[in-house]
Design a protein around this ligand. Structure first.
Ligand SMILES: Cc1cc2nc3c(=O)[nH]c(=O)nc-3n(C[C@H](O)[C@H](O)[C@H](O)COP(=O)(O)OP(=O)(O)OC[C@H]3O[C@@H](n4cnc5c(N)ncnc54)[C@H](O)[C@@H]3O)c2cc1C
Length: 418
């Protein structure tokens, strides 16, 4: 049992906590639950007016908390193997057990795992209600942390107060989703201790494509196979939803590919609109349609295969939209079929950190112990979750990482007896 104790500083009595958690997002709350379970005192400081704001927005409000298939290949960062220990030791079954104890059953949809309620607030309530409210301070932006090596004492400053502790866990998240309290300003807290932060990119984010390339398609959703190429080289393929926005592409396929395009130039997304049907079959079907309805207007020719607005746009660009079917040649049909199998969108940008779900990059993990998440530069300083240079794919991988890494910190605190 680790309890706080009192010290006298400048003639004033202060509490010294075994650990201060900076940030009340998913990793901070998971850690706070573990400490509570183990009777270890702590203080959690959160800059927002309440904890877990981002968690409520995850999985479109449904809380996609992990995935049935967790593999290192689903994570990105300078050190590929860094997350291995954490993800294996505190895996998706561990997370299920953790929530099960709180009476929250998790269910699965296409390998994505959600609370059975399909409400992210079930997860948040499960975490928040278990923590003694007195141990959480909200509206507490941590602006500075210092460490007295001789006294082995951390001083944690907010605008209004100063707190002391034996250990500090930086659970401050990254730079994605400023509206949730993560604007990237808190990397500074790690940099102050000598930690290096890699170049940061928004990931799991919408991609902006060349001007005019998606004109007229805003709001159209289609199941596709999408392939990212960088400099002409195929990098990654994803199958699933594609959503057209006013200036580019979104949807699960694009979120997945955006992790691989982060920081790269000369990127294109090649879209196969009807992945399940081969080109010969498409040609045959389009010819049948043409011959059955010779007087119909060309722009509708593809609407048996794709959304009518996609049909209209492809036909316009091929110059057959205003022709009647009978005037469309076999050659033009072959071209249209090939376009359905491969339409190329040039990527010019992303919609930025404010709209991204995760940060690609972060505090370099070479200076962090992969089993305890303790800084190799400052004893007693821990970092977990998105603040580190570990970014997961779309599908529950980022909350899993926040969970696994927070549990590494918990293990270290329990074993280290700070
Ligand atoms: C819209 C959206 C949807 C998402 N959906 C999913 C999903 O379905 N599945 C999935 O796995 N991942 C999802 N993610 C990503 C996932 O939410 C994050 O990767 C994860 O929450 C990171 O956890 P964390 O604890 O490291 O940081 P966060 O959850 O970001 O928490 C960091 C906390 O620290 C606080 N903070 C920051 N600096 C300070 C400071 N100086 N002082 C005090 N407090 C501070 C912040 O206010 C915040 O509350 C989504 C992200 C977004 C934005």
């Amino acid at each position: 049992m680790l309890k706080y104790y009192i010290i006298k500083q400048f003639g004033v009595l202060f509490v010294v906590y075994p650990i201060i958690i900076v940030g009340g997002g998913f990793s901070g709350l998971v850690l706070a639950n573990g400490l509570t379970d183990n009777n270890i005192d702590f203080l959690l400081l959160e800059r927002n007016d309440r904890v877990g704001k981002k968690l409520l927005a995850t999985g479109n409000g449904r809380g996609n908390v992990t995935n049935k298939n967790i593999a290192l290949e689903n994570y990105h960062g300078a050190d590929f193997s860094f997350p291995s220990f954490a993800l294996k030791t505190y895996d998706n079954r561990h997370i299920e057990g953790f929530f099960d104890k709180k009476g929250i059953i998790l269910t699965c949809e296409d390998d994505k795992v959600y609370p059975a309620s399909l409400q992210a607030n079930s997860l948040l309530d499960g975490l928040r209600l278990y923590i003694d409210e007195a141990k959480i301070k909200t509206n507490a932006y941590v602006s500075d942390i210092t460490f007295d090596k001789a006294k082995k004492l951390f001083t944690v400053k907010t605008k209004d107060d100063i707190y002391y502790s034996r250990a500090v866990a930086l659970c401050v998240g990254g730079m994605a989703g400023k509206a949730f309290g993560t604007d990237g300003s808190s990397y500074r807290l790690a940099e102050k201790f000598g930690h290096k932060v890699s170049k940061l990119y928004p990931a799991l984010v919408q991609l902006v494509t060349e001007k005019g390339s998606v004109k007229g398609l805003k709001g159209v959703k289609q199941t596709v196979k999408a392939t990212l190429t960088v400099g002409g080289k195929v990098i990654k393929t994803a199958v699933g939803d594609l959503l057209f926005t006013d200036n580019g592409l979104s949807g699960n396929t694009i979120f997945t590919l955006s992790s691989f395009s982060a920081g790269k130039t000369d990127c294109t997304i090649n879209v196969e609109f009807v992945p399940q049907i081969d080109v010969e079959q498409i040609i045959k079907s389009l010819k049948n349609r043409r011959d059955s309805y010779p007087d119909l207007l060309g722009e509708t020719l593809l609407s048996g295969l794709v959304h009518s607005r996609i049909s209209s746009k492809i036909c316009q660009e091929a110059g057959v939209a205003k022709l009647i079917y009978s005037k469309i040649s076999d050659k033009q049909i072959e071209m249209l079929a090939k376009t359905l199998k491969n339409t190329c969108f040039k990527v010019v940008d992303t919609t930025g950190f404010d709209n991204a779900q995760v940060t690609n990059g972060g505090v370099l993990t070479k200076d962090v112990n992969p089993e305890t998440m303790e800084s190799k530069l400052v004893s007693g300083l821990y970092l977990c979750g998105e603040v580190l240079d570990v970014a997961g794919d779309c599908g529950g991988y980022n909350l899993q990482w926040a969970y696994s890494s927070a549990n590494c910190v918990l293990g270290a605190i329990i074993n280290g007896n700070r």
